[in-house]
Structures are given as C-alpha cells and as structure tokens.
Design a protein around this ligand. Sequence first.
Ligand SMILES: Nc1ncnc2c1ncn2[C@@H]1O[C@H](COP(=O)(O)OP(=O)(O)O)[C@@H](O)[C@H]1O
Ligand SMILES: Cc1cn([C@H]2C[C@H](O)[C@@H](COP(=O)(O)OP(=O)(O)O)O2)c(=O)[nH]c1=O
Length: 263
Amino acid sequence: MEQGKRHGGAQTPGIFITFEGGEGAGKSTHIRFLAEALESHGREVLCLREPGGTSIGEDLRAIVLDPENSALSDEAELLIYEAARAQIVNEVIAPALARGAVVLCDRFFDSTIAYQVFGRGLDRAFVEAANRFACQGVRPDRTVLLTVGDCAEKGLERATHQVGADRLELEGASFHARVNAGFMEIAAAEPDRIRIVASADRKSDTARKVFAALSDIFTWMADPAVADEAFFGKIEKSYYGNKKSAASSGGDVRGSEGGSLDG
Ligand SMILES: Nc1ncnc2c1ncn2[C@@H]1O[C@H](COP(=O)(O)OP(=O)(O)O)[C@@H](O)[C@H]1O
Ligand SMILES: Cc1cn([C@H]2C[C@H](O)[C@@H](COP(=O)(O)OP(=O)(O)O)O2)c(=O)[nH]c1=O
C-alpha cells in the first residue's frame, strides 16, 4: 500500500500528504507530530510549506504576505502563489517522491481554491487550470483538512497571538468565513482524498484523529501504541526546548516560522 503511487503520470514510490485549513488550524503542529512518527518508523520525511520551501518560493512568500503590499491585485496574488508552487513541485516535491520520501506539505492547491476562488472571487475554472499548470501532474495522495469550528476568529486568534498578522490574516472576518466554507465544499466533493479532522480538542486527541485518517496508507498507524501520551509529551518537550534556543539564536526549527519545517 505504501508503494507505487502515481505522481505526475509516473509510477513513484513516494507518498504526498497535504494539510489544509484556515489560519491557526494546527497544520504545522500536526505535521510535526506526523513527521516524528513517520521518521521513527524509518521513513524519509520532508516537511514543507506553501508558499515557500525553496529559496525562490521564500522570496515570493515574503512579497505575498507582506502587509505593506496592500496594492497587490487579486490576479497578481494568484500568480505569485502559482509561481511558488511551480518552483517547489519542480525543485523539491517531484524529486522527493521519485526517491521514495514521504512529503508533508503545509497547504497546497486546495488553499488556492479556498482563498483565491472562495475568498477573492476569482474564476474557478481558470484557477483550477493554473493549479494544474503549476503542479505538472503531482497530486496529493491524501489531504487532511483541519477545522477549528464555524468561527474563523478562533483560528485567527491562534495564528496571530504570538506574531503580528500577515497580509492575508488582516483580511476581514467575512473573507475568512468564505475561505473556511470553501474548504468544506472542496472536501465534500472529494471524500476519498480529503479527510476532515476537527482540531479544537487537545493536540494529542487531534493528532490521533490525523493518524486514523492516514491508517489506510500507513497501516501501522492503526496501532494505538504508535501515539501514546508519552510520544506526544516527548515531541512537545523537544519542540518547545528547540523553539526557545532557536529564538535566542535566531535559528530555524521544525514547525516554527522557518522556511522548511524539516529540522
Ligand atoms: N488541537 C490543537 N491542535 C493544533 N494546534 C492547537 C490545538 N490547540 C491549540 N493549538 C495552538 O494553535 C496555534 C496554531 O497552530 P499551528 O500549528 O501553528 O497552526 P497553522 O499551522 O494551521 O497556522 C499553536 O499555538 C498551537 O499550539
Ligand atoms: C498556498 C496558499 C496560501 N494562501 C494563503 C493562506 C495563508 O493566509 C497564507 C500562508 O501563510 P501561512 O503563515 O503559511 O499561513 P498558516 O500558518 O495559516 O498556514 O497564504 C493563499 O491565499 N493561497 C494559496 O494558494
């Protein structure tokens, strides 16, 4: 089951999993838990984020999220996200899948439908074509949609309480409500690929639901011993320990604001 997935029209041994959801839904937190579990099971894991994950993509990220760039048009915004995606697919994701890695990506093309189509109101058929162009046939094997309930404010509060709001986070509540409703509509249309996981509980409970949503791909994840309280406690401890020392040295850590989440 873990072998021979199709990406970009070619048979590759890698597995591509994306995490989607509104601001502060817990994507980077749960990517970190999942990466630890996969690595301790001997898999090569690559943790990425969009926009970003490449040097060019990180430059594009800085432009598109900069609150100073309030003049950026909706059309230009779309093309920046697609440019960053084309780069990360070509430079990082496709080669990693070809060599058999598990690629975990914080946002991918569903975010473009949710934000640029449902949020901004751009034409869906055009955005879908742009997504196909940027992805060159690479598609997620599974997408976990994390939800924090009907109220977009809860996620926004989570996302912005430590650092200031970026350009997208500064959009109004109705924009984020449209984005969240858009994610639910996208998920309803593709139940095989997209699994909805409520992310309002304790992190360890949410993480167990994430593992359950992947247990047909990684059958060993069905074993409750994979994710006991000690497992989560250990990761939280090392993460917050790392975060503290990285914050004081200005360095990058898995799951922080750094470009790659890959430790
Ligand atoms: N059940 C939960 N799952 C994930 N994160 C949670 C949960 N409850 C609270 N949080 C907090 O929400 C904040 C946002 O999480 P994060 O993983 O950075 O979200 P995202 O990557 O989706 O923006 C973090 O401070 C995290 O500790
Ligand atoms: C990938 C992608 C992201 N976005 C937005 C969603 C986020 O507001 C922002 C990415 O910022 P980020 O800080 O990564 O958000 P989060 O921590 O919530 O994942 O870009 C789009 O509008 N379209 C896209 O195609």
